[in-house]
Design a protein around this ligand. Sequence first.
Ligand SMILES: [Zn+2]
Length: 325
Amino acid sequence: MRSPVLSTCLGLGLAVSAALVPSAGAGAPRQPAEHPTLAVNADTKVLIVAPHPDDETLSAGGLMQRVHEAGGQVHVVVLTDGDGYPEGVRFEDHVESPTPSDYRGYGRQRRREARAALARLGLDRRSIRFLSFPDGGLSQLIGRYWSERRTAFRSPYTRMDRPPKSEIIVANTEYRGEDLTQELAQTIGEYQPTLILVPRKEDQHADHCASWFFLMDALGDVKRVHSDYAPDVVNYIVHWYSWPFEDESRELSPPPGLRGGISGWMRVGLTRHQQQTKRAALKEYQTQMHVMNWFLDGFARPNEVFSRPAPVRVVLPRRRNPCGE
Ligand SMILES: [Zn+2]
């Protein structure tokens, strides 16, 4: 049997405590598994990097409430409008062959849903920023569409090659990797979060995997200007085989076959009220509930799980796409 351990991550008000699970001998009653947890307080400034509208609520709808209730600050940056989803657009618009205008309208709808979801969590409109990069195209910006050496990526859905003017932070931004890094770096530099939540690079959706690389590249840029800036970077995961929607248990278990980074899987518990509020926030994503309510429901549990990656330096561009698309 291993003894319980307690470790503390200093500097950012994050306490990590772990009680390790005793191995069950023959006939021994199995002890409930416990995981380290992410503690937050009034000094916490969390930035959630969401590849698509809904990822922030799926992964951290409970954690966002905890930070807000503790008096901390919550900010969400959504990299794409989630507009590259033909099945969803066909369902919403009742059309067989959606037009670019249909896809753009779908993206605007998803942005409205994101604002409504965050309002449910008690957060105002200033808590969310949309970068409106191409849904389904982020991983290609890591290498092939990195710089001005070639024309910008054009979404096969919306036919756009840059975000709408209203969403551009850095002048002349187009769908290029270096532009996305700059916009993210600008967002981080302005807000200076103490805690950043971002998808794991192992997430099986290429946009999610790419989000990790862009965040780490942008952090490198920020640190070149603010050398003492050291936020706590924590991972979440949304797409991993049939996890978690085929798991019928009440608790959300960590994804099978994935290790919990250097922290071990961290478990954040939700009160009954926080759980109900998270469920209500997810319901605001009507376009997604219509086509995959079973998936969203899989995340409406009494807890959320996170992991802390080992420190690593990421520099883009990459000649080979690390995200498989
Ligand atoms: Zn997503």
